[in-house]
Unconditional design. Structure first.
Length: 334
């Protein structure tokens, strides 16, 4: 089994089986396109795409894996499991599929995520010796600068480091818009280094965030990033009540951590509440900065906002959310 990033596909061709793992639409499309083109050059002229769900005709897929095509001796089958993910029924079908694959059949499976338990399935073990796993997960804020540099190197485009920082800020979470903007900059300014000013004149804020990006920013006490994420969540019509619920769950977790620390060590508490290793320093810093009274006051304010939202849909909810986020970071905002 080989694990690679999507931009390494061109250097890892030759396997019969690929698992595209991750939910980034651009990376999934890019990886599929690269692989299908490569298989086409290898004589896989028949390429069949199947969207996998509970209504999928698996008999047709099995037949495609076994029957010799009238038009081609080699067949590529692409299975897109989609957002529904693996369930017991699909796993059973994949187990059967792995047993009937003919030697001249190649397989691409597109999947948002797979658990450790699901990796124990027969299909995964059967294919593993020849399986290439392609990471199609959207780069996070720490990974994005290097991803952009790799992309620019492939395209032979030169951009100032300050311009790369600008692209990271305005296109985080949206690789499709990011790559389109890079292509546009290259067309506008061919054969020259793209400066910060040139980039600034040709960009729009197209970043895409989730509520969990907001949580991480607030717990990390990153004021500018928190404000930016809130702004984008508002623009993209994120449901405020859902956002409040997620913040509430995080706040209750932090309160429970703070209370538990009165009797146990930091490591014991983090182990008990299953706090990821890479987040423990951030949580430790936050817990050291705020006392239990601050946290309960914050929870009370959150409750007030939720009550107001339920009884008055005209409330300036995003202003209230901004104030809440500032209080969360110890920067009370009137």
């Amino acid at each position: 089994m080989i694990k690679i990033s999507a931009d390494q596909i061109s250097r890892n061709l030759g396997s019969s089986y690929y698992l595209l793992l991750g939910s980034d639409p651009y990376l999934q499309y890019y990886a599929q396109t690269q692989l299908k083109d490569a298989f086409k050059k290898l004589g896989f002229d028949e390429q069949l795409d199947f969207n996998i769900n509970n209504q999928t005709d698996w008999a047709n897929i099995y037949d495609s894996c076994q029957a010799m095509s009238l038009f081609s001796s080699k067949t590529l089958i692409c299975l897109d499991v989609g957002e529904g993910g693996l369930n017991a029924g699909i796993t059973t079908r994949l187990n059967t599929l792995s047993e009937v694959l003919a030697p001249d059949v190649a397989l691409i499976i597109c999947l948002n995520k797979i658990t450790k338990l699901q990796e124990n399935a027969n299909w995964y073990k059967t294919l593993s010796n020849k399986l290439v796993i392609v990471n199609c997960t959207t780069p996070d804020t720490l990974q994005l600068p290097q991803w952009i540099k790799n992309h620019l190197q492939q395209k032979q485009i030169t951009i100032e480091s300050e311009a790369i920082e600008l692209l990271c800020y305005y296109y985080e979470g949206n690789l499709l818009a990011l790559t389109q903007t890079i292509e546009q900059l290259n067309l506008l300014y061919p054969n020259q280094t793209i400066t910060y000013n040139l980039a600034e004149n040709n960009i729009n804020d197209s970043s895409i965030f989730t509520a969990y990006h907001l949580i991480d920013a607030m717990v990390s006490l990153k004021t500018k990033r928190t404000t930016h994420i809130l702004q984008q969540l508002k623009i993209n019509d994120f449901e405020p009540l859902i956002l409040l619920r997620i913040i509430q769950r995080e706040l209750i977790l932090i309160i429970n951590l703070k209370k538990a620390l009165q009797q146990k060590s930091l490591k014991q508490v983090f182990d008990e509440y299953k706090i990821w290793q890479h987040k423990r320093t951030i949580y430790a810093n936050y817990l050291n900065r705020f006392d239990i009274k601050n946290l309960f006051n914050l929870l009370a304010k959150l409750t007030e906002i939720e009550i107001s939202l339920k009884y008055d849909n005209q409330i300036q909810i995003w202003n209230a959310m901004s104030s809440l986020s500032m209080q969360f970071m110890g920067l009370d905002k009137c």
